[in-house]
Design a protein around this ligand. Structure first.
Ligand code: KG4
Ligand code: ZN
Length: 335
Protein backbone atom coordinates (compact mmCIF):
# COMPACT_ATOMS: atom_id res chain seq x y z
CA UNK A 1 0.00 0.00 0.00
CA UNK A 2 1.24 3.48 -0.87
CA UNK A 3 -0.16 6.59 0.79
CA UNK A 4 0.72 10.12 -0.33
CA UNK A 5 0.40 12.77 2.41
CA UNK A 6 0.54 16.56 2.03
CA UNK A 7 0.88 19.26 4.70
CA UNK A 8 0.55 23.00 3.94
CA UNK A 9 -1.16 24.44 7.04
CA UNK A 10 1.29 27.28 7.69
CA UNK A 11 4.70 28.08 6.19
CA UNK A 12 6.11 24.59 5.60
CA UNK A 13 5.24 22.68 2.42
CA UNK A 14 5.67 18.98 3.15
CA UNK A 15 5.05 15.76 1.23
CA UNK A 16 5.61 12.12 2.22
CA UNK A 17 4.94 8.66 0.84
CA UNK A 18 4.25 6.00 3.45
CA UNK A 19 3.66 2.26 3.32
CA UNK A 20 0.97 0.48 5.38
CA UNK A 21 3.24 0.31 8.47
CA UNK A 22 3.65 4.11 8.59
CA UNK A 23 7.26 3.94 7.40
CA UNK A 24 8.18 6.91 5.23
CA UNK A 25 9.56 5.71 1.89
CA UNK A 26 10.41 9.33 1.08
CA UNK A 27 9.66 12.68 2.70
CA UNK A 28 10.49 16.31 1.98
CA UNK A 29 9.85 19.58 3.80
CA UNK A 30 10.41 23.00 2.29
CA UNK A 31 10.43 25.80 4.86
CA UNK A 32 9.63 29.32 3.68
CA UNK A 33 12.47 31.52 4.93
CA UNK A 34 10.99 34.71 3.46
CA UNK A 35 8.85 35.31 6.58
CA UNK A 36 11.92 35.86 8.79
CA UNK A 37 12.36 39.42 7.60
CA UNK A 38 8.69 40.18 8.37
CA UNK A 39 8.99 38.86 11.96
CA UNK A 40 6.06 36.48 11.45
CA UNK A 41 4.23 34.48 8.77
CA UNK A 42 2.55 36.61 6.06
CA UNK A 43 -0.44 34.45 4.98
CA UNK A 44 -0.69 35.83 1.42
CA UNK A 45 2.99 35.11 0.73
CA UNK A 46 2.76 31.68 2.38
CA UNK A 47 -0.10 30.47 0.16
CA UNK A 48 1.55 31.72 -3.03
CA UNK A 49 4.80 29.95 -2.14
CA UNK A 50 2.99 26.67 -1.46
CA UNK A 51 1.54 26.96 -4.96
CA UNK A 52 5.03 27.35 -6.44
CA UNK A 53 6.79 24.69 -4.37
CA UNK A 54 4.24 21.87 -3.90
CA UNK A 55 4.19 20.35 -7.45
CA UNK A 56 8.01 20.10 -7.42
CA UNK A 57 8.06 18.50 -3.94
CA UNK A 58 5.49 15.92 -5.01
CA UNK A 59 7.49 15.05 -8.12
CA UNK A 60 10.70 14.70 -6.07
CA UNK A 61 9.10 12.52 -3.39
CA UNK A 62 7.61 10.22 -6.04
CA UNK A 63 11.03 9.92 -7.70
CA UNK A 64 12.88 9.33 -4.41
CA UNK A 65 10.51 6.52 -3.42
CA UNK A 66 10.40 5.02 -6.92
CA UNK A 67 6.60 5.41 -6.99
CA UNK A 68 4.42 6.64 -9.83
CA UNK A 69 1.46 8.89 -9.07
CA UNK A 70 -1.04 6.38 -10.47
CA UNK A 71 0.22 3.67 -8.11
CA UNK A 72 -0.75 5.70 -5.02
CA UNK A 73 -3.59 3.91 -3.21
CA UNK A 74 -4.72 6.68 -0.81
CA UNK A 75 -4.26 10.46 -0.73
CA UNK A 76 -4.32 12.54 2.48
CA UNK A 77 -3.91 16.26 3.19
CA UNK A 78 -4.26 18.57 6.18
CA UNK A 79 -7.65 20.33 6.15
CA UNK A 80 -7.10 22.44 9.29
CA UNK A 81 -6.56 24.13 11.62
CA UNK A 82 -4.23 26.60 9.94
CA UNK A 83 -4.06 29.48 7.47
CA UNK A 84 -6.92 29.19 4.99
CA UNK A 85 -4.95 30.19 1.88
CA UNK A 86 -2.10 27.81 2.74
CA UNK A 87 -4.43 24.92 3.55
CA UNK A 88 -6.39 25.39 0.31
CA UNK A 89 -3.28 24.76 -1.81
CA UNK A 90 -2.45 21.33 -0.32
CA UNK A 91 -6.06 20.26 0.16
CA UNK A 92 -7.15 21.20 -3.38
CA UNK A 93 -4.13 19.62 -5.06
CA UNK A 94 -4.51 16.35 -3.14
CA UNK A 95 -8.28 16.15 -3.57
CA UNK A 96 -7.95 16.79 -7.32
CA UNK A 97 -5.29 14.06 -7.69
CA UNK A 98 -7.44 11.55 -5.78
CA UNK A 99 -10.50 12.49 -7.85
CA UNK A 100 -8.63 12.16 -11.15
CA UNK A 101 -7.17 8.77 -10.20
CA UNK A 102 -10.40 7.56 -8.56
CA UNK A 103 -8.65 6.86 -5.24
CA UNK A 104 -9.80 7.67 -1.67
CA UNK A 105 -8.98 11.07 -0.22
CA UNK A 106 -8.74 11.79 3.54
CA UNK A 107 -8.92 15.31 5.06
CA UNK A 108 -6.76 15.31 8.19
CA UNK A 109 -6.80 17.35 11.42
CA UNK A 110 -3.36 18.96 11.90
CA UNK A 111 -3.48 18.70 15.72
CA UNK A 112 -4.29 15.01 15.67
CA UNK A 113 -1.57 14.58 13.03
CA UNK A 114 1.06 16.07 15.39
CA UNK A 115 0.17 13.42 18.01
CA UNK A 116 0.11 10.67 15.35
CA UNK A 117 3.82 11.13 14.68
CA UNK A 118 4.03 8.52 17.48
CA UNK A 119 1.49 6.18 15.81
CA UNK A 120 4.26 3.79 14.69
CA UNK A 121 5.66 3.58 18.25
CA UNK A 122 4.53 1.11 20.95
CA UNK A 123 2.30 3.58 22.81
CA UNK A 124 0.21 2.05 25.61
CA UNK A 125 -3.06 3.62 26.70
CA UNK A 126 -4.32 5.44 28.67
CA UNK A 127 -1.90 8.15 27.68
CA UNK A 128 -1.56 11.88 28.30
CA UNK A 129 -0.34 14.01 25.40
CA UNK A 130 1.11 17.51 25.29
CA UNK A 131 0.86 19.32 21.96
CA UNK A 132 3.10 22.34 22.11
CA UNK A 133 3.79 24.41 18.99
CA UNK A 134 3.81 27.95 17.62
CA UNK A 135 0.01 28.00 17.52
CA UNK A 136 -1.10 25.50 20.18
CA UNK A 137 -0.53 24.44 23.78
CA UNK A 138 -2.90 21.63 24.67
CA UNK A 139 -3.06 18.65 27.02
CA UNK A 140 -5.08 15.60 25.91
CA UNK A 141 -6.28 12.43 27.61
CA UNK A 142 -5.96 9.56 25.14
CA UNK A 143 -7.84 6.28 25.65
CA UNK A 144 -6.80 5.16 22.17
CA UNK A 145 -5.52 6.91 19.02
CA UNK A 146 -9.03 8.00 18.13
CA UNK A 147 -10.46 8.56 21.61
CA UNK A 148 -8.53 11.70 22.43
CA UNK A 149 -10.09 14.29 24.79
CA UNK A 150 -8.97 17.87 25.40
CA UNK A 151 -8.13 18.55 29.05
CA UNK A 152 -6.85 22.11 28.73
CA UNK A 153 -5.49 24.66 26.33
CA UNK A 154 -4.02 28.17 26.47
CA UNK A 155 -6.16 31.17 27.31
CA UNK A 156 -3.94 33.48 25.24
CA UNK A 157 -0.54 32.87 23.59
CA UNK A 158 0.83 29.45 22.70
CA UNK A 159 4.14 28.39 24.27
CA UNK A 160 5.96 28.62 20.91
CA UNK A 161 4.51 32.08 20.39
CA UNK A 162 5.91 33.12 23.79
CA UNK A 163 9.33 31.77 22.75
CA UNK A 164 9.09 33.64 19.43
CA UNK A 165 8.00 36.95 20.99
CA UNK A 166 10.71 36.74 23.65
CA UNK A 167 13.32 36.00 20.98
CA UNK A 168 12.13 38.94 18.87
CA UNK A 169 12.43 41.24 21.88
CA UNK A 170 16.02 40.12 22.41
CA UNK A 171 16.82 40.59 18.71
CA UNK A 172 17.25 36.85 18.06
CA UNK A 173 15.14 36.74 14.84
CA UNK A 174 12.04 34.72 13.92
CA UNK A 175 11.10 32.02 14.75
CA UNK A 176 13.32 32.23 17.82
CA UNK A 177 12.51 29.20 19.99
CA UNK A 178 15.63 27.38 18.90
CA UNK A 179 17.86 30.47 19.37
CA UNK A 180 16.61 30.88 22.98
CA UNK A 181 17.15 27.18 23.60
CA UNK A 182 20.75 27.43 22.38
CA UNK A 183 21.55 30.65 24.31
CA UNK A 184 19.99 29.18 27.45
CA UNK A 185 22.62 26.42 27.49
CA UNK A 186 25.25 28.93 28.70
CA UNK A 187 22.96 30.94 31.01
CA UNK A 188 21.93 30.67 34.67
CA UNK A 189 18.30 29.46 34.88
CA UNK A 190 17.97 30.85 38.43
CA UNK A 191 19.35 34.32 37.60
CA UNK A 192 15.97 35.98 37.07
CA UNK A 193 12.72 35.29 38.93
CA UNK A 194 9.88 35.19 36.41
CA UNK A 195 6.16 34.75 37.12
CA UNK A 196 4.42 31.42 36.35
CA UNK A 197 0.88 32.47 35.32
CA UNK A 198 -1.83 29.85 36.06
CA UNK A 199 1.03 28.03 37.77
CA UNK A 200 -1.08 25.56 39.78
CA UNK A 201 -0.26 22.16 38.29
CA UNK A 202 -3.83 20.97 38.90
CA UNK A 203 -5.08 23.51 36.35
CA UNK A 204 -4.58 22.08 32.83
CA UNK A 205 -4.95 25.53 31.24
CA UNK A 206 -2.06 27.78 30.28
CA UNK A 207 -1.45 31.52 30.00
CA UNK A 208 1.77 32.87 28.50
CA UNK A 209 0.97 36.49 27.66
CA UNK A 210 1.72 37.76 31.22
CA UNK A 211 5.04 35.94 31.22
CA UNK A 212 5.95 37.51 27.88
CA UNK A 213 5.14 41.00 29.27
CA UNK A 214 7.16 40.33 32.44
CA UNK A 215 10.14 39.31 30.30
CA UNK A 216 9.82 42.51 28.24
CA UNK A 217 9.68 44.77 31.31
CA UNK A 218 12.68 43.05 32.93
CA UNK A 219 14.68 43.12 29.67
CA UNK A 220 13.97 46.81 29.04
CA UNK A 221 14.67 47.97 32.62
CA UNK A 222 17.85 46.01 33.36
CA UNK A 223 21.18 45.20 31.82
CA UNK A 224 20.87 41.40 31.91
CA UNK A 225 22.89 38.88 29.91
CA UNK A 226 20.65 37.41 27.17
CA UNK A 227 21.91 33.94 28.19
CA UNK A 228 20.51 34.33 31.74
CA UNK A 229 17.15 35.65 30.56
CA UNK A 230 16.91 32.84 27.99
CA UNK A 231 17.76 30.21 30.60
CA UNK A 232 15.29 31.62 33.15
CA UNK A 233 12.53 31.90 30.54
CA UNK A 234 13.14 28.38 29.20
CA UNK A 235 13.07 26.92 32.72
CA UNK A 236 9.81 28.74 33.61
CA UNK A 237 8.04 27.55 30.44
CA UNK A 238 9.36 24.00 30.74
CA UNK A 239 8.30 23.76 34.41
CA UNK A 240 4.75 24.87 33.53
CA UNK A 241 4.45 22.42 30.63
CA UNK A 242 5.97 19.45 32.44
CA UNK A 243 4.30 19.92 35.85
CA UNK A 244 0.79 20.25 34.35
CA UNK A 245 1.25 17.29 31.98
CA UNK A 246 2.71 15.04 34.69
CA UNK A 247 -0.08 15.95 37.12
CA UNK A 248 -2.62 14.73 34.55
CA UNK A 249 -0.51 11.63 33.83
CA UNK A 250 -0.46 10.79 37.56
CA UNK A 251 -4.16 11.48 38.10
CA UNK A 252 -5.28 9.54 35.03
CA UNK A 253 -2.86 6.64 35.67
CA UNK A 254 -1.27 7.13 32.25
CA UNK A 255 1.00 4.39 30.92
CA UNK A 256 2.49 6.73 28.30
CA UNK A 257 3.22 10.43 27.90
CA UNK A 258 3.35 11.79 24.34
CA UNK A 259 4.91 15.13 23.44
CA UNK A 260 4.61 16.70 19.97
CA UNK A 261 4.85 20.01 18.08
CA UNK A 262 7.69 22.46 17.37
CA UNK A 263 8.45 23.25 21.04
CA UNK A 264 9.00 19.55 21.75
CA UNK A 265 12.42 20.15 20.15
CA UNK A 266 13.36 22.13 23.27
CA UNK A 267 16.29 20.41 24.96
CA UNK A 268 15.33 21.24 28.55
CA UNK A 269 11.71 20.21 27.99
CA UNK A 270 12.86 16.88 26.56
CA UNK A 271 15.29 16.28 29.45
CA UNK A 272 12.63 17.18 32.05
CA UNK A 273 10.05 14.84 30.51
CA UNK A 274 12.61 12.01 30.34
CA UNK A 275 13.44 12.56 34.01
CA UNK A 276 9.87 12.87 35.33
CA UNK A 277 8.56 9.90 33.32
CA UNK A 278 11.66 7.87 34.21
CA UNK A 279 11.03 8.42 37.95
CA UNK A 280 7.46 7.14 37.61
CA UNK A 281 8.15 4.29 35.18
CA UNK A 282 5.90 5.89 32.55
CA UNK A 283 6.95 5.50 28.89
CA UNK A 284 7.72 8.87 27.26
CA UNK A 285 7.50 9.47 23.50
CA UNK A 286 9.39 12.46 22.07
CA UNK A 287 9.52 12.92 18.28
CA UNK A 288 12.86 12.89 16.46
CA UNK A 289 13.83 16.58 16.09
CA UNK A 290 12.95 16.67 12.36
CA UNK A 291 9.44 15.46 13.16
CA UNK A 292 8.78 18.01 15.93
CA UNK A 293 8.00 20.65 13.33
CA UNK A 294 5.28 20.47 10.68
CA UNK A 295 5.81 17.51 8.35
CA UNK A 296 3.78 15.19 6.14
CA UNK A 297 4.76 11.90 7.83
CA UNK A 298 2.49 12.80 10.76
CA UNK A 299 -0.36 13.50 8.31
CA UNK A 300 0.18 10.12 6.65
CA UNK A 301 0.21 8.30 10.01
CA UNK A 302 -3.02 10.06 11.07
CA UNK A 303 -4.56 8.89 7.78
CA UNK A 304 -3.44 5.30 8.48
CA UNK A 305 -5.02 5.56 11.93
CA UNK A 306 -8.32 6.64 10.35
CA UNK A 307 -8.09 3.69 7.93
CA UNK A 308 -7.43 1.35 10.87
CA UNK A 309 -10.84 2.35 12.27
CA UNK A 310 -12.57 2.27 8.89
CA UNK A 311 -10.72 0.72 5.95
CA UNK A 312 -13.26 2.35 3.59
CA UNK A 313 -12.83 5.85 5.04
CA UNK A 314 -13.17 8.52 2.36
CA UNK A 315 -13.74 12.24 2.95
CA UNK A 316 -16.48 13.86 0.87
CA UNK A 317 -15.50 15.95 -2.15
CA UNK A 318 -16.84 18.97 -0.24
CA UNK A 319 -14.22 18.52 2.55
CA UNK A 320 -13.16 22.08 3.34
CA UNK A 321 -10.44 23.92 5.25
CA UNK A 322 -11.03 25.24 8.79
CA UNK A 323 -8.92 27.89 10.57
CA UNK A 324 -9.41 26.83 14.21
CA UNK A 325 -10.35 23.71 16.13
CA UNK A 326 -12.78 24.15 19.03
CA UNK A 327 -13.83 20.59 19.79
CA UNK A 328 -13.44 18.41 22.86
CA UNK A 329 -12.78 15.08 21.11
CA UNK A 330 -9.91 15.10 18.63
CA UNK A 331 -10.09 12.75 15.62
CA UNK A 332 -7.55 12.22 12.83
CA UNK A 333 -10.22 12.60 10.16
CA UNK A 334 -11.55 16.15 9.86
CA UNK A 335 -14.29 15.45 7.34
O1 KG4 B 1 4.91 22.78 15.15
P1 KG4 B 1 5.59 23.96 14.52
O2 KG4 B 1 6.65 23.68 13.48
O3 KG4 B 1 4.57 24.90 13.83
C1 KG4 B 1 3.30 25.15 14.32
O4 KG4 B 1 2.38 24.36 14.02
O5 KG4 B 1 3.19 26.15 15.09
O6 KG4 B 1 6.20 24.82 15.74
C2 KG4 B 1 6.97 25.98 15.54
C3 KG4 B 1 7.31 26.56 16.91
C4 KG4 B 1 7.91 27.97 16.85
O7 KG4 B 1 7.23 28.79 17.77
C5 KG4 B 1 9.36 27.74 17.26
O8 KG4 B 1 9.96 28.86 17.88
C6 KG4 B 1 9.23 26.59 18.22
O9 KG4 B 1 8.29 25.75 17.59
N1 KG4 B 1 10.51 25.89 18.45
C7 KG4 B 1 11.12 25.82 19.66
C8 KG4 B 1 12.33 25.09 19.45
N2 KG4 B 1 12.39 24.74 18.14
C9 KG4 B 1 11.26 25.23 17.53
N3 KG4 B 1 10.77 26.31 20.86
C10 KG4 B 1 11.60 26.08 21.89
N4 KG4 B 1 12.77 25.41 21.78
C11 KG4 B 1 13.17 24.89 20.60
N5 KG4 B 1 14.33 24.21 20.49
ZN1 ZN C 1 2.00 22.30 13.58
Amino acid sequence: MRLLAVETSCDDSAVAILDETGTALAELVSTQMVHEKHGGVVPEIASRLHMTVLPRLIREVLEKSGTSLDSIDVFAATAGPGLTGSLLVGLSWTKAAAFALEKPFLGINHLSAHLHIHHSSPVEFPAVALLVSGGHTMIFHMLSWRECFLLGTTRDDAAGEAFDKTAKLMGLGYPGGRAIDELAESGNPDAIALPSPLGNKRNPEFSFSGLKTAVRLIWEANDIPAEDLSASFRKTVSNLLVSKTMYQADTLHAKSVLVAGGVSANSLLRANFEEECGKRGIAVFLPPIKHTMDNAVMVGRAALSALEADPLANSPASCNTFPRWHGEKLSPLSC
